[in-house]
Design a protein. Structure first.
Length: 522
């Protein structure tokens, strides 16, 4: 855990150095009148010109090295580091001497001392950083999408992600208006003034050291490791390159960065989270097992909810929620956004919302929402009644798989001592995405009680389900926490569902029997 904490600390330093670099290249070099008359400004400029390019690469390499050591193990880390740096350094030395395989180019002095007076020592570190992040993400995409030759497909997709990064970074660095250049081209070509052979050389170099690492590892990268860190490293460097392109007026590479790099990387992250069935620790149920990323996501969401609700009074009445141990909040669903914001703003414990994503209008929305839910640790489901709706982005098979996976994850989180939020009414009264669905809902569904019962069977003790009434006014939200329904392993869900309907003030009968939920287990 110390190595993982160190990795995140180094990543923050890496991200800070990237932001400092963007500020220096985009602002300081373009507008010297803003800082040249200030002593601190002159010192910051001198520091950035001397160390800025070195620090962001060193911090990035150290960050992913520490993460890999803690997550993938020392043997895999040392093999990949030694092979990637050695092979890439050899290719760069050959390239700067002969013009092959990248073309005719040379490095300036902005990236630190040079090896054999040709290649800065930071360049192999950069290959290592982005090469490992790209391969891990590409391997996950191959495991998700490819049916055959997953090893080779994973390597090729990883090399593609690596090359896309260069396709975005090089145009800005080679642009005639860029005052700070880390390398200089001595020949021209059709891709924003650069030769196409450069990118073929990148693909060949990446293919060589990733393939060599795969042979040394004797296996593909583990599929049960979290990929948030590689995604953050890849995304931060792609954002850096995109910002430089934007500064010099190049928009085509930015589009390529999003479509060819960031979206596939985000899809890999989402897939890795969905596929990690056993990723939630079964710790003592008196304390919550919250991964560090989920804790930070929770803090961000709670802060955002509180800031966005300023000017509105939130009144809480009724029972206090447990400080430790599992429970479920079963609120009324009045507003598609305000209900969740009110609960986020009030709770001192992390809440994991069970989110139905069958409403998403585009594939981009689906990828974004699945990724955000994965970061927050919120189970994702697809409501069965939406599977046949025209325009839904989940096929019936994908929808059933998402439903089963979301229910399993919800049970695991309760077993781990965490808190869930399940809207038993299913659809909000105010919903711009599916505005007519609430009219067809007749009371609460048994999902929250079913999840609680399955968790109680695993725990051997009851799980409380708290009905929550919500009243929204212009300047006030009233949250009434009703007495909990204690769901036992032997509980009659049908009877407790009637009690839940009464607690929520539903005048209608529940929408379905518990058997309908139980039938969806498989």
């Amino acid at each position: 855990m110390r190595a993982e904490r160190l990795a995140w600390t180094l990543f923050l330093a890496h991200a800070g150095a990237l932001l400092f670099g963007v500020g220096g290249i985009v602002v300081a070099l373009q507008r010297p009148e803003l800082w040249s008359n200030l002593e601190l400004g002159r010192q910051a400029y001198a520091f950035g010109m001397r160390y800025g390019g070195v620090l962001y690469i060193v911090f990035g390499a150290a960050a992913i090295f520490a993460w890999s050591w803690a997550t993938l193990g020392p043997r895999r880390t040392l093999w990949f580091f030694s092979l990637s740096t050695t092979i890439s350094l050899g290719a760069e030395l050959i390239g700067t001497s002969t013009g092959w395989p990248f073309g005719n180019y040379s490095y300036t002095s902005g990236l630190g001392p040079k090896i054999l007076d040709r290649v800065p020592f930071t360049i192999p570190l950069s290959w290592f950083t982005m090469g490992l992040a790209s391969w891990l993400l590409g391997n996950q995409l191959a495991r998700t999408a490819a049916r055959r030759s997953r090893t080779m497909v994973g390597i090729l997709v990883g090399v593609w992600l690596l090359v896309v990064w260069d396709l975005v970074l090089d145009p800005a660095m080679a642009h005639e208006t860029m005052r700070a250049r880390f390398w200089v081209w001595h020949q021209t070509g059709p891709y924003f003034g650069m030769p196409i052979v450069n990118f073929a050389g990148w693909a060949l170099t990446g293919l060589l050291f990733v393939s060599a690492a795969r042979i040394a590892w004797r296996s593909d990268p583990p599929s049960d490791r979290p990929l948030l860190f590689p995604f953050m490293v890849y995304g931060a460097n792609m954002a850096f390159a995109s910002a430089l392109c934007t500064a010099v007026g190049l928009w085509e590479p930015v589009v390529l960065a999003v479509l060819g790099g960031l979206l596939p990387a985000a899809a890999a992250l989402a897939a890795s989270t969905v596929n990690r069935r056993g990723g939630i620790a079964r710790s003592d149920t008196r304390r919550e097992a919250e991964p560090s990323v989920e804790r930070w996501s929770w803090r961000f969401l709670r802060c955002t909810a509180r800031v966005s609700l300023r000017g509105r009074t939130i009144e809480v009445v009724g029972h206090n929620l447990p400080r430790v141990g599992p429970f479920i909040l079963a609120p009324q669903h009045v507003h598609h956004l305000d209900d969740g914001r009110a609960l986020l703003a009030l709770s001192e414990r992390p809440l994991h919302f069970v989110v139905a994503l069958d409403w998403v209008p585009t594939r981009l929305w689906r990828v974004v929402m699945e990724t955000l839910c994965a970061l927050a640790g919120w189970p994702v489901i697809v409501r069965p009644r939406e599977l046949e709706r025209p325009g839904v982005l989940y096929s019936p098979r994908d929808g059933r798989r998402a439903l089963v996976a979301g229910l399993r994850q919800s049970i695991e989180r309760l077993v781990a001592g965490q808190a869930l939020v399940v809207f038993p009414e299913g659809y909000p009264l105010v919903d711009p995405h599916l505005p007519h669905r609430r009219a067809n809902v007749n009371g609460p569904a048994p999902g929250a009680l079913w999840i609680a019962k399955k968790a109680a069977e695993r725990l051997g003790r009851p799980v409380p389900v708290f009905p929550v009434r919500l009243q929204h006014e212009r300047d006030r939200i009233r949250v009434s926490v009703e007495p909990p329904l204690l769901v036992q392993p032997e509980s009659d869900i049908a009877a407790q569902l009637r009690s839940l309907a009464v607690s929520l003030g539903s005048a209608e009968e529940p929408v379905s029997s518990p058997q309908s939920i139980d039938a969806r287990r498989g």
